[in-house]
Ligand binder design. Structure first.
Ligand code: GLU
Length: 418
């Protein structure tokens, strides 16, 4: 179709996959319809008085996709590209993710269209507090529980919680996860997504009979997920050959010292200031020579344009939606083993679940207990999906969708929705 082909939106990609799976497992049309539409969509305009005295109005979203299996769960991001289609797609992926790892949640997601890199700490605090106020009537520990995502961290969760507490007139730590330890956060939550990616890597490597110790790993990104994943692979002895951030990437076939890279990024603002590596573009980590590729930045990175150049034999999706359907097809045909986002990066929401459980008990586990429980859930989920994929003779993404949609359908049947 050439240059006039219309790009599928992120949410359209989800719908396409849903229809594909609906055919394989023979889903009733009303099930497909329920899973095609969010339960509730909240869009608010948030005026913030900026440091220069002028007021700017930010558009913020929260999409609550489905709560058949439990209260809805999902992070919120701050990014200039945030839009309703993206938040809807990410909310649908959260619904699938919580089901794939079998934790008692539905799915949701939020986002504010803003550029946090150009905002002061005070401006971010005001924006976060206003967002919390706007969402307060629609969220809660039994309704919808936000958490960190791209460019939002434990501090943002703390501001969010403080404002929510003021609105409802009580202290409700379980309304948000990914909080600092000092106010009810869980040990191990900060590194949980990266740790989960690593557990998945171990499990996948043992199934495919490859050694992670000798593996060359390329990572797109160097945020929370990318850095922590890099750390666990590096500690095991794998070579981290490339990483990147929004300003560009770095490559060293002999391996990067990722702690030094982190130090440089902290001090100088970008991994590209690291001297012991070749500077490459932010897309190049996707196509450098390596054994394992971990896209851990944003969606829509591996496309029909670069998929043919991917050298990795295994892809572990640390980001949500990093591979377009066209790229997925090209990679499958090449025989690349892809562990999909909804399974590979579920470690974060799993430990969010542990945090919420601890908040409700008012009793806290050691970090070791959290890590062990995380491992059990990730390994079981990987094996569930692996089995289903073999049973239906489909790839791991399709297997993960089948596994989760069957669980969601089971809940919807019990509730009498269908
Ligand atoms: N934002 C993370 C994700 O995409 C974590 C969500 C959560 O902990 O609720 O899975």
């Amino acid at each position: 179709m050439g240059e006039f082909q219309i790009q599928q939106s992120f949410f359209d990609q989800y719908l396409g996959k849903l229809r594909h799976v609906a055919e394989i497992i023979d889903l009733a049309p009303e099930v497909v319809e329920i899973l095609s539409k969010p339960k509730r969509t909240i869009i608010v305009s948030i005026p913030v008085r900026m440091d220069n005295g002028k007021t700017r109005v930010f558009t913020a979203y929260r999409v609550q996709f489905n709560d058949a299996r439990g209260p809805m769960k999902g992070g919120f991001r701050y990014h200039p590209d945030v839009n309703l289609d993206e938040v809807k797609a990410l909310a649908a992926l959260m619904m699938l993710k919580t089901a794939v790892v079998n934790i008692p949640y539905g799915g949701s997601k939020g986002g504010v269209k803003c550029n946090p890199k150009e905002m002061s700490r005070r401006e971010l605090e005001v924006l976060t507090r206003e967002y919390a106020k706007a969402l307060a009537p629609f969220i809660g520990p039994d309704i919808d529980i936000p958490a960190p995502d791209v460019n939002t961290d434990a501090q943002v969760m703390a501001w969010f919680l403080d404002e929510y507490n003021k609105v409802v007139g009580k202290v409700v730590p379980g309304v948000v996860t990914g909080k600092p330890l000092s106010i009810g956060g869980s040990g191990g939550r900060g590194e949980a997504t990266g740790r989960g990616v690593f557990f998945i890597g171990l499990e996948a490597a043992s199934k495919l009979n490859v050694s992670l110790k000798d593996a060359r790993v390329s990572i797109q990104g160097f945020g929370n997920v990318a850095f922590n994943a890099a750390k666990f692979f590096y500690e095991l002895g794998s070579k981290i050959v490339a990483v990147s951030n929004s300003k560009g990437g770095i490559y060293n076939p002999d391996g990067l010292n990722i702690y030094k890279v982190m130090e440089v990024k902290r001090k100088e603002g970008s991994v590209t200031k690291y001297s012991e590596a070749e500077i490459i573009s932010r897309e190049d980590p996707l196509t450098v020579d390596c054994d394992i590729l971990i896209p851990a930045a944003l969606e829509g990175q591996i496309t029909e344009k670069n998929a043919g150049n991917v050298k990795a034999k295994m892809i572990i999706e640390g980001a949500n939606g990093p591979t377009t359907p066209e790229a997925d097809k090209i990679l499958s045909e090449k025989g690349v083993f892809i562990v999909p986002d909804i399974l590979a990066n579920a470690g974060g929401v799993v430990v969010s679940y542990f945090e919420w459980v601890q908040n409700r008990m008012g009793y806290y586990w050691s970090e070791k207990e959290v890590d062990d429980k995380l491992k059990t859930i990730m390994v079981n989920a990987f094996n569930d999906v692996y089995e289903v994929s073999n049973k239906y003779n489909v790839d791991m993404r399709t297997g993960a969708y089948i596994t989760s949609i069957n669980r969601i359908v089971g809940a919807m049947k019990s509730l009498g929705w269908i």
